[in-house]
Design a protein around this ligand. Structure first.
Ligand code: SAM
Length: 423
């Protein structure tokens, strides 16, 4: 039965048969040859918390849509869905409230340009890194907009100087590919090379490293090695991306595809223009996406306070961990998610699909289980949406979250819906 779109699989039975054959734990993954396109792991180059495995969006996009389809991730984080869509010759769209995540996705997307010579970028940057000299005070050369006083307590003095060197190198660089590569590596290194070694929660809570924790983390060589891996990986990945990749990239090169916005207010794409939504919404009280990026926000010139009022991104973030002590946090989470659902559903085309990946909570966690299930029934209760199927994913034990409230998180539910399904 046709819903009129050629961009999605119209035969739901066929889609369900293919999806029910997938081992959603992806463990071990399929053996693929060197020349076959594999999921691109955007998480390898940034420590951004609570991202999903690239195999999930890759599989859903490949099975449910055709090349040229529009794929939207409303909570796009560092673009896990975005880069699978692009590599599979679909048009990617992403929105996120975290400016740092959006900056990362934009820059990685720049490096996905088929005109980019990744080896040339690497060599040129390595030559520039060689100009670093111990004993120079690079902090005097850095733009006033960067909040250096906020950054200084997090690093040893040698690392602080190396970051100042990198900041001015990035600001002065006029080559857009080199600039993009530097922005990715700096943003990642600001946390992974800070002296607070007890995880992102301490950074989110603004717990400066103690004197005995301060150590030299060799920030410049860290950035350099990460860039080598990143640029080589993109090169290898694009070599397998297929004949139409250049065409799809040209179609997005000059248009905005990644937006820094509250998803509830996203109006930059027209209603009913998306063939597939794949996303993992924020979970209630689990992660502070914005505050955890405070070091990168300081570099971008923005304050991040413990309280929402200092930062608009924090203010509009859904499900933040810091709200856990407020009695109203679960109600607030649901209200925000219902508003998000409404706007997200409005973007899906007739016959298009929507897929949410959410944690499967143990039965003894009644309240939390109910909240997550309400997010899904809210979609199901919208007139035009039908729930097609749910798939369970067992998270391999080495990838499980050990966050205090979510220690029992060992499964995810992948819930698939369709708009105006006539089959
Ligand atoms: C589970 S993460 C998504 C990670 C993503 N799947 C990835 O692999 O990178 C949820 C995301 O929702 C974003 N978010 C929270 N509130 C939001 C809002 N009001 N509008 C848009 N994005 C929001 C967070 O910043 C976070 O990046």
């Amino acid at each position: 039965m046709s819903n009129g779109s050629e961009s999605v699989v119209d035969d739901v039975k066929q889609a369900k048969a293919a999806l029910s054959n997938i081992d959603w734990s992806f463990h071990p993954g399929p053996a693929l040859s060197e020349t076959e396109l594999k999921p691109f792991n955007a998480r390898k180059y940034h420590w951004y918390p609570a991202t999903f495995v690239p195999e999930i969006p890759f599989t859903l996009i490949e099975i449910l849509t055709s090349p040229g389809a529009t794929v939207y991730d409303p909570f796009s984080g560092i673009g896990t869905t975005y880069f699978q869509a692009l590599s599979l010759n679909r048009k990617p769209i992403g929105t996120d409230i975290c400016k740092v995540a959006v900056d990362y996705t934009e820059n990685l997307s720049t490096l996905f340009d088929p005109d980019c010579d990744h080896q040339k970028v690497l060599h040129s940057l390595e030559e520039k890194f060689d100009e670093y000299s111990d004993g120079v005070d690079y902090s005097t050369e850095v733009s006033d907009e960067i909040l250096l006083d906020e950054l200084r307590p997090w690093y040893s003095e040698p690392d602080f100087q190396k970051f100042c060197f990198l900041f001015q190198l990035e600001a002065a660089n006029e080559n857009r590919f080199e600039k993009a590569a530097l922005r990715i590596a700096i943003s990642d290194a600001l946390k992974s090379h800070c002296s607070q070694n007890r995880g992102w929660g301490c950074v989110a809570d603004n717990m400066h490293p103690k004197e005995e924790q301060i150590m030299d983390k060799r920030a410049l060589s860290g950035v350099s090695s990460k860039l080598q891996v990143l640029l080589r990986d993109i090169d290898d990945h694009l070599a397998t991306a297929g004949d139409y990749y250049d065409e799809i990239y040209s179609s997005i090169r000059d248009s905005q595809t990644i937006f820094h916005t509250d998803v509830r207010e996203f109006t930059d794409i027209v209603d009913e223009s998306v063939d597939l939504v794949v996303t993992s919404p924020p979970y209630p009280e689990m992660t502070d996406y914005v505050a955890a990026q405070r070091l990168s926000y300081y570099w971008l010139g923005e304050k991040v306070g413990l309280s929402d009022r200092f930062n608009n991104d924090m203010n509009t973030e859904i499900g933040a961990r810091r709200k856990r002590s407020r009695g109203s946090s679960n109600r607030e989470y649901l209200e925000m998610m219902y508003e998000a659902n409404e706007n997200i559903v409005s973007k899906v085309a007739e016959g298009g699909y929507l897929c949410y990946v959410l944690p499967e909570i143990d039965d003894d966690e009644d309240e939390r289980k109910e909240i997550v299930s309400k997010v899904l029934t809210d979609i199901e209760n919208r007139n035009e949406m039908s729930r097609i199927e749910d798939y369970m994913r067992v998270i391999p034990s080495n990838r499980r979250s050990h966050n205090i409230k979510w220690t029992s998180l060992n499964q995810e539910r992948i819930s698939l819906f369709r708009k105006n399904d006539e089959s």
